[in-house]
Design a protein. Structure first.
Length: 94
């Protein structure tokens, strides 16, 4: 199998080198009206080709891997005093 991001041989959907690169990306917070915060973990340019795999056979595996990576970053960098709801948001409905 090949890495969905770089194409190198890998047993995982996203190879270790690409995972490490994505995990090193800084997390960002954007505050909307009032106290509504949006957290982003990757630059669009870094994961564009991964997002475009949505409608391909391996797309669900890619999205699962990205979700796991983003929650690793989230759990490591943020702490809250109360329960938090995580809602995935797509910028465009297809």
């Amino acid at each position: 199998m090949r890495c969905a991001n770089c194409g190198h041989l890998s047993l995982a959907v996203i190879c270790k080198i690409c995972k490490d690169h994505l995990l090193s990306s800084p997390a960002r917070t954007r505050v909307l009206d009032g106290d509504f915060k949006i957290y982003s973990f990757f630059d669009y340019s870094e994961i564009k080709n991964l997002l475009h795999s949505k409608h391909l056979f391996h797309g669900s595996f890619v999205y699962g891997a990205l979700a796991n990576l983003s929650f690793k970053v989230f759990a490591r960098k943020f702490s809250f005093g109360s329960p938090v709801n995580a809602v995935p948001i797509a910028d465009r409905a297809t």
